[in-house]
Design a protein. Structure first.
Length: 132
């Protein structure tokens, strides 16, 4: 964990924006607590919602929002309510984006997913920039 914090600290000194997939592990919590904004990416499944609610309980008071992926579950507003954070966006399932991610590539596909991701980014940026 110390090396993770050192790397993130070095990156933060040289970049305005960092996006970190911290996972659910306790070792990443100090890193996440210091974030300007935290996104909990949640699938609409009972276990995923419960896990996100536990993580939400460990986070500090900074801006935290829920982004719901794979709409095959309860409505996003209900998922966010169960997690205990506002809904910041919905991302539709995309086989093309999943294939890009599996290959280690950035999403190259446009359309519904790209527009949804842009709306999420706009919200995260607004939350992270609030009060600056």
């Amino acid at each position: 964990p110390i090396s993770l914090h050192a790397v993130v600290g070095a990156l933060a000194r040289h970049h305005d924006v960092l996006i970190v997939d911290a996972g659910r592990g306790a070792a990443a919590m100090p890193l996440v607590r210091g974030a300007d904004a935290t996104v909990l990416a949640v699938r609409g499944q009972v276990r995923a919602i419960a896990a996100a609610a536990v993580v939400r309980g460990r986070l500090g008071s900074g801006p935290v929002g829920v982004v719901v992926g794979d709409r095959a579950g309860p409505p996003g507003t209900l998922v966010a309510e169960m997690v205990g954070a506002p809904l910041w966006g919905l991302l539709p399932r995309s086989r093309a984006v999943a294939a890009d991610a599996e290959a280690g590539e950035l999403p190259r596909h446009r359309g519904t997913w790209a527009r949804a991701a842009a709306r999420v980014w706009t919200r995260v940026w607004a939350e992270a920039s609030d009060g600056r």
